[in-house]
Design a protein around this ligand. Structure first.
Ligand SMILES: Nc1ncnc2c1ncn2[C@@H]1O[C@H](COP(=O)(O)OP(=O)(O)OP(=O)(O)O)[C@@H](O)[C@H]1O
Length: 234
């Protein structure tokens, strides 16, 4: 459960988030859509405890983000724009490293299982620096879920992925949902949002301007609702 009240974020005299109120239930899969510069990644970074809010209240599973950020961090799996991987480490070494930070049991076994799941078993021991962008994204996804987080925060997760990897990622998100995980996903990919999300939030100019449920993977409905909000925006 994520509860956000009157959240603002200011940086360099610029009000990036202008009073965000949002409540997300356990198990929901939510897409955050919006134009470039709307504040989507900033919202995700605040939730990921990477940057501090200027004002407002955030509670995650009843914990206060200001006071309990160390406890909250353990609940989160965050996939940022940059992969956060170590270039000279192999996928296995990277996953074991991050798994150890979270105190994952049987970490080697878990790491090699995940490398397989994201389709990179052939490259298990090759340094990540030799990898393509899509391959790095696959490992970054595995890194974000190595500790079985309850809440997934994904920033443009489908970017750079081929069709096979998109299916892998969507299956990861859906199987985490079956286990009760909550996902918040910033994306420009309406098709994928309609494919795997049950709710859409549209952010414009630091505010939530629409928030609706979708059923039956209705891409047309998402595009129509988005178009309505973007009328007159170049
Ligand atoms: N640390 C910062 N200092 C000053 N301005 C910032 C900072 N971080 C973000 N901004 C500005 O805040 C606005 C929102 O940025 P943000 O990255 O959240 O947008 P976004 O909706 O994720 O955009 P995109 O779709 O392009 O990724 C942008 O105008 C950006 O330049």
């Amino acid at each position: 459960m994520i509860e956000i009240k009157k959240l603002t974020k200011q940086a360099d005299n610029k009000l990036i988030l202008r009073g965000v109120d949002l409540s997300i239930k356990k198990g929901e899969t939510v897409a955050i859509l919006g134009p470039n510069g709307a504040g989507k990644s900033t919202l995700l970074k605040v939730l990921a405890t990477l940057i501090k809010p200027t004002s407002g209240l955030i509670k995650i599973n009843g914990l206060d983000l200001k006071k309990d950020h160390i406890e909250i961090k353990k609940l989160l799996g965050y996939l940022p724009h940059s992969s956060l991987l170590y270039d000279h480490y192999s996928p296995l070494e990277n996953l074991v490293f991050f798994g150890n930070i979270y105190g994952v049991n049987n970490v080697e076994q878990k790491a090699s299982k995940l490398v397989k799941e994201v389709g990179l078993s052939f490259f298990l021991n090759e340094p990540v620096k030799n990898f393509s962008r899509g391959m790095i994204q696959r490992i970054a996804i595995a890194r974000a879920i190595i500790h079985d987080p309850e809440i997934l925060l994904l920033d443009e997760p489908h970017t750079g992925l081929d069709q096979g990897a998109i299916s892998i990622l969507n299956n990861v998100i859906l199987s985490m949902k079956e286990k009760g995980a909550t996902t918040l996903m910033v994306t420009h990919d309406f098709k994928q949002a309609a494919e795997i999300c049950d709710r859409i939030i549209i952010v414009k100019n630091g505010r939530i301007v629409d928030d609706f449920k979708i059923e039956n993977r209705n891409l047309g409905f998402v595009s129509e609702k988005y178009g309505l909000q973007m009328e007159g925006v170049s």
